[in-house]
Design a binder for this molecule. Structure first.
Ligand SMILES: [Zn+2]
Length: 134
């Protein structure tokens, strides 16, 4: 590994650590909002309560997305420590730097990611997107 690569990985590590901290904050805040500070909200009426619940449902999805991304970021940091960062977890080929610069937590090369996404999408199609029976 040359010096440039080491520097590059060091800066990527900083990016990933920053992102992890940011996500941890968001997840924490979202978590608190989801549980609801009952003490402060007792005076609200039902309409506010309904709005809050709707907001919580959106918040819960956002928290889940943050948790997913946090998991990926932490996995990337782990791979950095293990010295296998930048290798595609599916085919084992190095992921191109251009891709890692945009997605520092990328686990797969572009080709495998596409296969993963189309494969996963077909396997767990969301409700309402069920293929019609002939
Ligand atoms: Zn791959």
């Amino acid at each position: 590994m040359d010096l440039l690569t080491q520097r590059y990985l060091a800066s990527l590590r900083e990016t990933l650590l920053d992102r992890a901290r940011q996500l941890q904050d968001e997840v924490h805040v979202g978590d608190l909002a989801g549980r609801g500070g009952a003490g402060e909200r007792e005076t609200r009426d039902f309409k506010d309560e309904a709005a809050r619940r709707a907001h919580d449902a959106v918040g819960a999805r956002e928290v889940q997305r943050d948790i997913d991304e946090l998991r990926q970021v932490q996995a990337a940091l782990y791979r950095l420590d293990a010295g296998v960062y930048g290798d595609c977890i599916d085919c084992g080929e190095p992921i191109v730097f251009a891709r890692l610069r945009v997605h520092p937590a990328a686990e797969r090369c572009a080709a495998c990611q596409m296969i993963f996404e189309t494969g996963a999408g077909a396997a767990s199609a969301p409700a309402g997107d069920t293929p019609r029976r002939a």
